[in-house]
Ligand binder design. Structure first.
Ligand code: ADP
Ligand code: MG
Length: 600
């Protein structure tokens, strides 16, 4: 039971503040997480780890020389938002690129993925290595589907040591991938865990039983067993992991016995002793093992065993020194403190000078977002009911939360002295959308709005080609991040026909407004047709049969939004065209922009 808090809603934030206060020699708080508070040699790859809170010492406790450069910290058991990951990675970047590494969970993949797209678009080279060590979560031939548990430590340690040694991003990434490939874990739980303020545990294990393979957030295990003796438990864990060992494994292993929250150290040590004997009996040499709490799950009663099969290169990096709040190894010379700009300073120094054309486009973008909000509000209930058929019923409310936040952020950007560029308005809006909406669609919409903004940039003038580039960037962001394909029954089934119809009409010489009208019509037809499809992605997948005969909520909301934007731009165009017939570029939806573009 978690008992010490004022307001459970502030638990993660206040715990992180206190952690930083207690470990100021190691870490400093930034918006979204923590970074090292000590000097980082210039040109060092930044390993940025993260995930939900409630897993200490993962993830903030592993920030320091020889290990992570920073950690993005989400709410309790919830992924950090893309904007948080982005800001933390930006603060950690030392000029040699960023490696994002975290356990394989859908929410984390979407949010870290969105941050990665944005960092790359800004020229900060960013890669990702997912940790997939939990053998209970998928069979060996689907390694990439497995989730990440205590194997996080193995991958982070080796990547962090490689970064510390000055290796470049390619090499740090290669070693992290290899470490993950050679790491296996299996966990057991004897009892559940309770989120701060919750009345009941997230899950429970019947008394006298042990659940094998239960995830660190209570995801279902693979089997239930009567509580074994320590010797039986050691035997079970070792046998299962050895049966899953990687190709060309070799015979040198790191063994990590990890306590999940409330198992005493004495018990962990007792078990470790038995495990080591079994490993030695199996012909293995145990190299620099770990036994203690490394990746926990609040007050969960349980533990896991991780094995990392070493090779010479990995062994060197595993043995290298590291100095973090929760994980220390060998000796590292003390590092000088560094001055970090506070989050406010970072924002203030980031002033932009929007061109007249881009500021006009920024105003138009904010107005368009207002229309998007109106149409979402009008259909909020309908979208919720549609999502309730085979999903979780939150599509209406999620879209509403996201778009409300996006409009507020856009209006704030536009209200700046001198306005804001289209890029600034839309990146602020997309970031707010993703942070507030929650859910899959929030991360995807946020990312797409940001991508469209980055495509529009802050230019002296705009033509229809820029609109086409923004449409393409919007769609690409969603397919890159969500990885859904045509026919999977997601919003992509409306998006791709939308983009294709837009580009076809535009290439045939239609103006932006006309191309958009054609595209919106194509999106509507395609969204209606998703009723015939079975969902292959997203939460609706397990309820495929129920979903047949009903359109996909994300596709429907996209089509509604596309139609509203098209109608709005058409009206805006007619209004301005009546006042001013002197078009500089008659293929632009809004002649005001072309005029300002010509003047700028
Ligand atoms: P959640 O599924 O997290 O509850 P929402 O209910 O807000 O989020 O959104 C559901 C919609 O998200 C689905 O109808 C589908 O259109 C879209 N979606 C889900 N997964 C993907 C994906 N991988 N790629 C594109 N769209 C997706
Ligand atoms: Mg939903």
């Amino acid at each position: 039971m978690t008992q010490i808090f004022d307001n459970p809603a502030d638990f993660a934030d206040e715990a992180l503040d206190g952690f930083v206060a207690a470990n100021r020699g190691y870490v400093a708080r930034v918006d979204g997480g923590v970074v090292r508070s000590t000097e980082v040699p210039a040109g060092q790859v930044a390993l940025v780890v993260g995930g939900g809170s409630g897993h200490y010492p993962a993830f903030a406790g592993l920030v320091g020389p020889g290990l992570a450069a920073a950690s993005a910290c989400g709410n309790m058991f919830a992924s950090p938002a893309a904007g948080q990951v982005y800001r933390v990675a930006k603060a950690a970047n030392a000029g040699a690129g960023v490696l994002l590494s975290y356990g394989n969970y859908a929410g984390d993949v979407l949010h870290f993925g969105q941050a990665q797209l944005r960092l790359n678009a800004e020229g900060i080279e960013t890669r990702t290595v997912l940790v997939t060590d939990d053998i209970a979560s998928a069979p060996l031939d689907q390694l990439e589907m497995r989730r990440g548990i205590a194997g996080d430590l193995a991958v982070f340690k080796i990547a962090g040591a490689a970064a510390e040694a000055g290796l470049n991003l390619d090499d740090v990434e290669r070693l992290a991938i290899r470490t993950n490939y050679r790491t296996r874990s299996l966990g057991v739980a004897f009892d559940g865990c309770t989120l701060p303020g919750a009345q009941a545990p997230l899950f429970s294990v019947p008394a006298g039983q042990m659940s094998l393979g239960l995830g660190i957030h209570g995801e279902p295990g693979i089997s239930e067993h009567p509580m074994p003796t320590a010797s039986e438990l050691a035997e079970l864990l070792v046998t299962r992991l050895l049966a899953d060992k990687p190709d060309d494994a070799g015979n040198r292993v790191v063994a990590i016995v990890n306590g999940l929250g409330t198992v005493k150290y004495d018990e962990l040590f007792l078990l470790f002793g038995k495990i080591e004997k079994l490993l030695v009996a199996a012909g293995l040499t145990v190299v620099e093992p770990e036994c203690g709490e490394l990746v926990t799950s609040l007050d969960m009663s349980g533990l896991s065993l991780t094995l990392l099969w070493l090779d010479d290169e990995l062994e060197g990096y595993w043995a290298a020194p590291a100095d973090t709040p929760a994980f220390r190894k060998g000796n590292l010379a003390p590092r000088a403190r560094r001055e970090l700009a506070g989050p406010e300073a970072a924002v203030a120094s980031d002033v932009e000078h929007p061109t007249a054309a881009s500021a006009a486009l920024g105003r138009q973008a904010a107005a368009v977002l207002g229309q998007v909000r109106d149409v979402v509000v009008e259909h909020e209930e309908e979208l919720g009911s549609l999502d309730a058929i085979a999903g979780d019923g939150d599509h209406g409310i999620g879209m509403r939360r996201g778009v409300d936040a996006a409009v507020a952020a856009a209006e704030q950007a536009v209200a700046n002295d001198g306005g804001a560029s289209a890029a600034r308005v839309l990146t602020a809006a997309g970031e707010a959308w993703s942070e507030r909406a929650g859910g899959t669609s929030g991360a995807l919409w946020g990312s797409a709005v940001i991508a469209a903004g980055l495509a529009l940039g802050n230019r002296d003038s705009y033509t229809g080609e820029d609109a086409a580039a923004a449409v393409t960037a919007f769609v690409d962001a969603i397919t890159e991040l969500g990885k859904a394909e045509l026919g999977d029954k997601t919003m992509v089934d409306a998006l791709l026909p939308f983009r294709d119809a837009f580009l076809t009409a535009f290439d045939d010489g239609a103006p932006v407004g006309g191309s958009l009208a054609a595209a919106a019509a194509a999106a509507k037809t395609a969204a209606d047709r998703t009723a015939d499809l079975r969902p292959l992605k997203g939460r609706a997948r397990p309820l495929a049969e129920k979903s047949l005969g009903h359109a996909d909520p994300g596709a429907v909301s996209f089509a509604l939004i596309a139609a509203r934007i098209s109608a709005h731009l058409d009206t805006a165009h007619k209004d301005t065209a009546q006042k001013d017939t002197a078009h500089t570029d008659n293929r632009l939806a809004n002649p005001e922009l072309a005029k300002q573009g010509a003047q700028a």
